[in-house]
Ligand binder design. Structure first.
Ligand code: BGC
Length: 830
């Protein structure tokens, strides 16, 4: 639709109709407007799968490896394919707008949402993000890169005032969003936080650079509940207040606009952008304007699973492989010990708004058993005691008292306790019952549990407000727990647990009932959870040690937990929780052929002094975790990943760590020196550099060809010649960094400016052609508020990580050309 056609539609709407469109009709949908043929737009989270517009475990989704893993693959084509898969999922669930990708950066490894961001590096984040956006939008579904901007940690995320200088914003934190706009994103999400004293929903950055300078033509969608005031946000370039139905705009914008407090053009511009988005996703005059059909979805379920499996291997990073322990030869193995709670209870995704409900999950244990079927014995032992923390009841352990089916019974009760609605559910975590009839006062979750063990079981109710818990007819807990946070994730998705314990006898079935009063402002989630009797830690460890000793190879899967790494809060420590260090130590000492697999979203510390011979990062690998990891372990696929973020050896070494605001402010005082740039500046070597990762072959970097001179404003190409000197075919990610040792402006010691992957057979030579964008030679001048370049010699460093760069070259940037009369350049326009 042309701009004129959109203006024509706009003319058909009066002010009230326009304003109504600017707040969601519900949490996940916008309003329809029959006067212009507009149907509601449906939104869904988010980066690692498409949940759909309900939080319901019966509505399952494909689960992709989480963004850290996608970033680790350094593979734009794979990201585009995964984007197309997300689009196929969105179309299957009738979703128009996907709230992804997350383009914030790994500023501190303590960031609770680290798993949801691609990298610590702006160029890698921007390239992978842009590639994913192209994939999503090729399916006619809008991408919504988020959270614009500087929402890089979780502590006080709704209000924190991030203090960051103009140059750092431009070169580091805004850069991935600029790449997203260049890739043609149809929407952008503004963040909760403030930047330099202004909340983002009212912030000047929405106008410049986002809309004016970069030319973003779509709507700025607020983060959920982030429009918290009226006039400043309405006058700003914020366009849509989500979720609905209530916002300061739905309450007061019409009145304010009628009084002239918000200019009519501001309202028109917001509506115009919303209509443009609707047109792009085919929601305007449906049938007349179908979304583009230029995409090639991975539509067969087996192809989809194959892609997800390939992505697991592609994103896995092999950090160490002493004595070429990996790949393991299945034919030479008699027995494998698979150890660690994550070997079965693998974390396939991070917690919070990104969570989706998988239809199936392949655990590492299942993947290994499947790969070795009939050829080797596989023994599993968790190595840690059971019963550490209550988990929402699952259908494998409880049944519905009404129909006896695996799962729980959920009821909505009126004031007198009468049943208004009942439904069978598969999990004790209920965020949205399918129906909440008028007059509902209480939600109840009821389940029959047959203990398989005698002892003290822990039960918990999650939720805010008045709650109660009974087991076998006895009330164990009742009390009122008022909200102590505004954070939507804590309020609606992951409320705290209140625990009580009960002595149960193995085999004696008991009824467990949780109730929560549905008072306004008490959130929507109600959870019934349980934990088995606490096991004996020494016994569990001894069993793991014995299993490791007896096996040919030990595989230990360790990782973070929901409690230690999730949206809504930052991590307290990089250490592995729950005594997993001791477990790793014991197993590595028991078997010198030990592979440690780390299942986390961000860096974790590994015990000092007992380096595992092989160390493989799986991140949160999505639903095909086990098959993809088995492919890597047994050499059917190479571990394709390279670190998207620097991996520390000790927490005290991390140069940018703090996420705790001081008096409401979080100062990005390190400026542009984050990630590897900060490590280089600090002079402390990390455990593993950004970009590091081993495949199953070796490479020798032979030469690098760079252009001698580059005119300002031009990109250029660098050709790196390398040879596969190993015994297997392999893929190598060639990385190019830029440095300016004698610069007159302060710069990071080196910065990634391009990468390209090559594949070659043993002995074969390959040439990586790395494109370096024009922007690489520029820096932002905070004095003149524009990009400038410094003429003279830049150093190019080529190699396999920020700390391993065997090739060097020099490129000379020429002085800017004088402007001919009438000519304009980007900088002349600013
Ligand atoms: C998160 C967003 C998410 C939204 C909707 C917010 O709390 O920050 O990333 O898209 O909720 O679930």
């Amino acid at each position: 639709m042309t701009d004129e056609e959109i203006d024509h539609l706009l003319e058909k709407l009066d002010l009230a109709q326009k304003v109504r469109l600017l707040t969601g009709a519900s949490n996940w949908r916008t309003h329809a407007e029959p006067a212009v043929g507009l149907r509601p737009l449906a939104f869904s989270d988010g980066p690692a799968g498409v949940r759909g517009d309900a939080w319901d475990e019966r509505d399952t989704s494909l689960v992709l490896p989480s963004p850290t893993a996608v970033g680790a693959a350094w593979d734009d084509e794979l990201a585009t394919a995964l984007g197309a898969l997300l689009a196929a999922e969105a179309r299957r669930k009738s979703i128009d707008v996907l709230l992804a990708p997350t383009l914030n950066l790994h500023r501190s490894p303590l960031g609770g949402r680290h798993f949801e961001c691609f990298s610590e590096d702006p160029l890698l984040t921007g390239r992978i993000g842009a590639a994913l956006i192209r994939g999503i939008q090729s399916g006619g579904v809008a991408a919504t890169p988020k959270h614009f901007v500087a929402n890089d940690s979780e502590t006080d995320r709704l209000t924190v005032d991030v203090q960051v200088d103009e140059r750092t914003l431009r070169e580091v934190y805004l850069a991935p969003f600029e790449a997203a706009v260049e890739a043609g994103t149809w929407a952008v999400m503004s963040s909760y936080n403030q930047v330099n004293g202004v909340t983002m929903a009212a912030g000047p950055l929405l106008r410049r650079p986002l809309k004016s300078e970069w030319g973003f033509a779509g709507p700025v969608v607020s983060d959920w509940g982030a429009v918290r005031s009226l006039l400043d946000t309405a006058r700003s370039a914020q366009d849509l207040a989500m979720g609905g139905p209530d916002s300061p705009w739905s309450a007061g914008l019409l009145d304010a606009a009628r009084k002239g407090l918000v200019p009519p053009e501001a309202v028109d511009d917001k509506v115009r952008r919303l209509l443009r988005l609707a047109d792009r996703v085919g929601a305007l005059a449906p049938g007349r304007n179908e979304p583009p059909l230029v995409w090639h979805p991975v539509s067969a379920p087996s192809d989809q699973r194959a892609l997800l499996r390939r992505a697991v291997a592609a994103g896995s990073v092999l950090l160490r492989n002493e004595g070429e322990l990996l790949p393991l030869d299945p034919a030479a193995l008699r027995s494998v010990a698979v150890i660690g709670p994550h070997a079965t209870a693998v974390r396939i995704q991070g917690g919070g708004s990104a969570e989706v409900f998988p239809e199936s999950v392949v655990s590492p244990l299942e993947g290994i058993v499947h790969a070795l079927r009939d050829t080797a014995e596989v023994i599993h032992t968790p190595g840690l005691p059971a019963g550490r923390l209550p988990r929402p009841l699952e259908r494998s352990v409880v049944r519905d008292p009404r129909d006896g089916e695996p799962g729980v019974l959920v009821r909505l009760l009126d004031e007198a306790g009468g049943e208004l609605h009942a439904e069978h559910r598969l999990s004790g975590r209920i965020v949205e019952p399918a129906l909440v009839p008028p007059g509902s006062r209480t939600v109840e979750i009821r389940a029959l549990l047959r203990p398989d063990e005698s002892g003290s079981w822990t039960f918990a109710v999650g939720g805010w407000g008045l709650i109660s818990l009974s087991v076998a007819g006895e009330t164990l807990l009742t009390g009122t727990f008022p909200l102590d946070t505004d954070d939507p994730t804590r309020v609606h998705v992951a409320p705290p647990y209140r625990c009580a314990s009960a002595e149960l006898t193995a085999g004696d079935e008991v009824e467990v009932v949780a109730r929560r009063r549905l008072d306004p402002g008490s959130g929507v989630a109600t959870i019934l959870a349980a934990a088995r009797p606490a096991g004996d830690a020494a016994q569990a460890l001894a069993a793991a040690t014995a299993a490791a000793r007896a096996a040919d190879v030990a595989v230990v899967v360790v990782g973070t937990t929901e409690e230690s790494e999730s949206e809504g809060r930052d991590r307290e420590t990089l250490a592995l929780p729950d005594g997993q260090d001791e477990l790793i130590r014991a197993v590595v000492e028991a078997n010198e052929r030990t592979v440690v697999i780390v299942n986390s979203g961000g860096p974790v510390l590994l015990p000092e002094g007992v380096p595992a011979p092989a160390l493989l990062l799986a991140w949160f690998p999505g639903q095909e975790a086990g098959h993809g990891l088995a492919d890597v372990l047994f050499g059917r696929a190479e571990p394709g990943g390279r670190l998207p973020t620097t991996w520390p050896a000790a927490q005290r070494d991390v140069p940018v760590l703090r996420t705790e605001p001081e008096q409401g402010r979080l100062s990005y005082r390190e400026g542009p020196h984050i990630g590897y740039a900060a490590w280089l500046r600090a002079g402390t070597p990390p455990a593993h550099w950004f970009g590091h990762g081993l495949g199953y072959t070796n490479w020798s970097y032979e030469s690098m060809e760079t252009p001698a001179a580059v005119a300002e404003g031009n990109g250029f190409e660098v050709r790196v010649t390398l040879r596969n000197t190993g015994r297997r075919r392999g893929r190598e990610v060639v990385q190019l960094y830029l440095a300016r040792p004698d610069s007159v402006v302060e710069r990071p010691m080196r910065r990634l400016v391009g990468y390209a992957a090559v594949s070659a057979e043993p002995g074969e030579e390959a040439v990586a052609v790395v494109h370096v964008p024009a922007r690489a030679l520029a820096h932002w001048s905070a004095e003149r508020h524009r990009w400038e370049s410094e003429p003279g010699e830049f150093l190019l460093l080529g190699g396999r990580s920020a700390g391993d760069l065997p090739l060097t070259g020099v490129v000379t940037a020429s002085a800017p050309l004088p402007l001919s009369p009438g000519a304009t350049t980007e900088s002349a326009l600013l």
